[in-house]
Ligand binder design. Structure first.
Ligand SMILES: Nc1ncnc2c1ncn2[C@@H]1O[C@H](COP(=O)(O)OP(=O)(O)O)[C@@H](O)[C@H]1O
Ligand SMILES: [Mg+2]
Length: 283
């Protein structure tokens, strides 16, 4: 099949998510539409704009209190809205995976990290323990961990934040997913480590031709890392644009974010404060 005519793996049309809160409800995600092929899609917006809620809903990991409605929510032709929990278990991890912000909360503290990656592999693949171990060591090498044999035996508290995040990436990619949802995967890391982890993720995504949804509050990071960017504001997508065209962004919120980015050659002493227009909430 010609990849250029492949239909998008993920299709989201008019997604609305409400959280019940007593007698009222919070309309957290408002009419969000996008599709994802083999590309890196950044989802940017300030805290509370609905990014994580969208990400979790794609895997149906949203809380029970959430009411999810959409004209279309499909993964590779599977209607996620009506998909059973059994169907979702076949998709989660195996075909569509999520990396979270902080490996500390995702890794089991009392199990060696290598065993955890092996367990992820064995959850979906038959084979011996020895074979799983070989696959894990290869995967640890693929995320550029030196001395994978030694690292395999470590416990989560014995690895640094950057190493922990590489292990999370290894754990997710060993299952060979088609789509990866990374929710602020490097926000807890120092800047230099962050760039190393991003470069690991970037290489693996490109090599394997995966689709990536990269959630971040950092427009500067996303514009350099992703092919396309969705800008969210108060639950809505206010801008959907190729990363390379961001300087031509139309929406005043996006323009405000761009103006607020510190630049080395800028002579401004203070960063401008973003002026919010109530009309953005209804536009
Ligand atoms: N479990 C929940 N119950 C109630 N409200 C929630 C829940 N999760 C998220 N929200 C609300 O949904 C909105 C979007 O949150 P979230 O998706 O976490 O934003 P972001 O990831 O962009 O910071 C916020 O107003 C938040 O308070
Ligand atoms: Mg979030």
């Amino acid at each position: 099949m010609n990849p250029s005519v492949e239909s998008p793996k993920l299709q989201v049309e008019d997604l609305n998510i409400r959280f019940a809160a007593g007698a009222t409800s919070v309309h957290a995600v408002r009419g969000v539409s996008f599709s994802l092929s083999r590309e890196k899609l950044g989802v940017v917006g300030e805290s509370g704009s609905g990014k994580s809620t969208v990400g979790r809903t794609l895997l149906k990991l949203h809380p029970r209190s959430a009411r999810v409605e959409a004209r279309k929510l499909s993964f590779d032709g599977i209607d996620l809205l009506s998909a059973s929990e059994a169907t979702m278990r076949g998709i989660r991890g195996r075909r569509m995976s999520m990396v979270m912000q902080d490996p500390k909360y995702s890794l089991n503290p009392v199990m060696r990290v290598g065993e955890q990656v092996a367990e992820a592999f064995r959850a979906h693949h038959k084979g011996s323990r020895a074979e799983a171990r070989e696959r894990v060591l290869a995967m640890l090498e693929a995320v550029r961990i030196r001395e994978p044999q030694r690292v395999y035996e470590l416990y989560p508290h014995e690895v640094s934040g950057g190493m922990g995040q590489r292990i999370m990436i290894a754990m997710m990619l060993i299952q060979k997913p088609e789509i990866v949802i990374a929710d602020e995967p490097t926000s807890a890391l120092d800047i230099s480590v962050r760039l190393q982890v991003l470069s690991v993720l970037d290489d693996l995504i490109s090599e394997r031709g995966l689709g990536l949804i990269f959630i971040s509050h950092d427009l500067n990071l996303v514009r350099h890392f992703c092919d396309r960017v969705l800008v969210m504001y108060a639950g809505r997508v206010v801008e959907s644009i190729a990363a390379a065209d961001l300087q031509h962004a139309q929406h005043p919120y996006t323009r405000g974010l761009l103006d607020a980015l510190p630049s080395i050659d800028s002579r401004r002493r203070t960063l401008p404060v973003l002026q919010r227009d109530p009309a953005w909430l209804t536009a």
